[in-house]
Each structure stands twice: as structure tokens, then as C-alpha cells.
Design a protein around this ligand. Structure first.
Ligand code: CP
Ligand code: NVA
Length: 299
């Protein structure tokens, strides 16, 4: 049975910490100009995007290239999943060509179905339920900034979505406190809660004494039709100067998985002030992706 990375729960605490250490090492080696092309020499990664992407596409494609491998993008208009042939057949055939496949899709069950039929590792490049690759980059950014996770409090302001689900699972594994402020009815799913998470409807309560203030879009990919209504519901669930000054620690950082919608979940001012950290977070997608690819694909 191949290993998969469909959820943060697919890694143990030890594996999670090892992935972060390895990502730091790969990052340092890359910056030092060390050749990394022997690590996954000749290995092939398939990528299927059923939703748009910038960072995930770049981090996987640039990452596998730096490790000596090769990425094939399987365009959904060409492979026509469940129209031209079934997802199960596509999974079986991909397994004869590729060494791993990354899928960005809607339902988590799509990833699980692919994994059931594939004999190669399957990686979740974002589903409606989870975004585990993003969480690795978030954790690396926090670790780089604060040196460790000891005593860190994360505040997440906004929708109880894929991004926060994966983050909550990681917080439970690493004993990190996370406080989530969301409108009534937009809470994260119950199964992601732990003794380390609290859910509130007050942004001030969540952000109180936070070291990290995190936000994500009010409408995720696939929710575009509901965006106008959501804009009203989420008013006030915004990271801005007053929230940071009134509640978060003076040393707090702001994280955003990007893409960002200025004037909605975050102000242009807050984004600009914390741009360097947020860009480090985006860059860390590359280094953490490489650690994941090595972990799953190196024989
Ligand atoms: N953060 C993130 O996953 O970005 P993309 O949607 O651009 O891949
Ligand atoms: N929650 C967002 C994350 C984008 C990286 C979405 O699913 O669209």
C-alpha cells in the first residue's frame, strides 16, 4: 500500500516535525546553491487541477524539477474525468506511468476514491475539506519566525474552511493553541476540533494575545455563486490595523495562504505591513512540497 497525503492526519506528530526539518534543510541547501537533482532523479509526478492555482502548481512543478524529476499536468478538459473514462480507470492507468499524483479537487471523497484505485501515492493539493500542503508551509513560517511552536497562540479569523481544518489538525498534533472567530453557521466541522482549539464568534476574543493572526478568503473556490451573500455575512471578520493593535500581541505576525481579497478578509494596509511574512509563507510552499515529494516518492 503506498503512503498518501490526503489529510494532516495521514502523518504522525514525528513525521510532521521531520517533514518541517527536512523542508528547512532543503531550503537552506537550495539557497546555498547545492544541487538537489539526484533526490528524485527520473521520477514523474502527475498533477490534476479541477480548480485554479498559482502557488500549488508552481511549488509542485518547480519542486519536482529541482529534485531531478518531472511533472505532467493532466488537463481536465483532456482527460474528462467520469465522461471519457472513470476516475477509477484513470487512477489505475496513472499508476502505470507515474510515481505519484497530486490532485486539487472539490470533494475529499474524490481523493479517497483515487487512492483506493491507485498503486502510487496520492497528494491532496486542496479539497473542499482540507489543504494539508498549505498547513506545512504555515507551520514552517511560524517555526522560522518564532524558533519553535512553544507557547504560540494562533488566531484564525474568517470562514471555517479547508485551510483552517488542516491547521486545526496540525495544532492538535503539535499542542498549539488555535482560536477561531467565524460567523454563526460558518464554524469549522466538529471533527476538526480538539482540546487545543476554541471556536468563537468574536474576533477580539480570538485575536486576544495571539502570536499569529491568520485569515483566508470569505468565499472559497467553488463558492463563487454565494460570494455576494457571504460578503454581508462575513462583515467584521477582517484582519486590520485595529484588530492587530487592540487584541494581538505587539510582536504578532499575520499569515494568509493567498490569494487575498483586499478590503474583505484583510485590509490592503495589513497585507502590506505583513507582506514579507506572507511572501515567506508562499515561498515555503515550495520547500515543504519538496519534503513531501521526497517522503512519498523516494524509493
Ligand atoms: N495557497 C494556495 O494554495 O494557492 P493557490 O490556490 O494559488 O495554489
Ligand atoms: N479556502 C481557499 C484556499 C485557497 C488557497 C479556497 O479553497 O479557495
Amino acid at each position: 500500500m503506498p503512503k498518501n497525503f490526503l489529510s494532516i492526519n495521514d502523518v504522525s506528530k514525528e513525521e510532521l516535525l521531520k517533514l518541517l526539518d527536512r523542508a528547512s534543510e532543503l531550503k537552506a541547501d537550495l539557497k546555498a546553491g547545492k544541487d538537489q537533482s539526484h533526490i528524485l532523479k527520473g521520477k514523474t509526478l502527475g498533477m490534476i487541477f479541477e480548480k485554479p492555482s498559482l502557488r500549488t502548481r508552481m511549488s509542485f512543478e518547480v519542486g519536482i524539477n529541482q529534485l531531478g524529476g518531472f511533472a505532467v499536468v493532466l488537463n481536465t478538459s483532456e482527460i474528462q474525468i467520469d465522461q471519457r473514462e472513470t476516475r477509477a480507470d484513470i487512477s489505475r492507468v496513472m499508476s502505470r506511468y507515474l510515481n505519484a499524483v497530486m490532485i486539487r479537487t472539490f470533494g475529499q471523497e474524490v481523493l479517497e476514491e483515487t487512492a483506493r484505485h491507485a498503486t502510487i501515492p496520492v497528494i491532496n493539493g486542496l479539497s473542499d475539506l482540507e489543504h494539508p500542503c498549505q498547513t506545512l508551509a504555515d507551520l514552517l513560517t511560524i517555526k522560522e519566525h518564532f524558533g519553535s511552536f512553544d507557547g504560540i497562540k494562533i488566531a484564525y479569523i474568517g470562514d471555517g474552511n479547508n485551510t483552517v481544518h488542516s491547521l486545526m489538525l496540525a495544532c492538535a498534533k503539535l499542542d498549539i493553541k488555535i482560536s477561531i472567530a467565524c460567523p454563526v453557521g460558518y464554524e469549522p466541522k466538529r471533527e476538526f476540533e480538539s482540546e487545543f482549539s476554541t471556536i468563537t464568534h468574536g474576533v477580539g476574543e480570538a485575536a486576544h494575545d495571539a502570536d499569529v493572526v491568520y485569515t483566508d478568503v470569505w468565499s472559497s473556490m467553488g463558492q463563487e455563486k454565494d460570494a455576494q451573500r457571504r460578503k454581508k455575512v462575513f462583515q467584521g471578520y477582517q484582519v486590520n490595523k485595529a484588530l492587530m493593535a487592540d487584541y494581538a500581541k505587539p510582536t504578532a505576525i499575520v499569515l494568509h495562504c493567498l490569494p487575498a481579497h483586499r478590503g474583505e478578509e484583510i485590509t490592503a494596509e495589513a497585507l502590506e505591513k505583513h507582506e514579507n511574512t506572507i511572501l515567506n509563507q508562499a515561498e515555503n510552499r515550495l520547500h515543504t512540497q519538496k519534503a513531501v515529494l521526497e517522503w512519498l516518492m523516494k524509493s
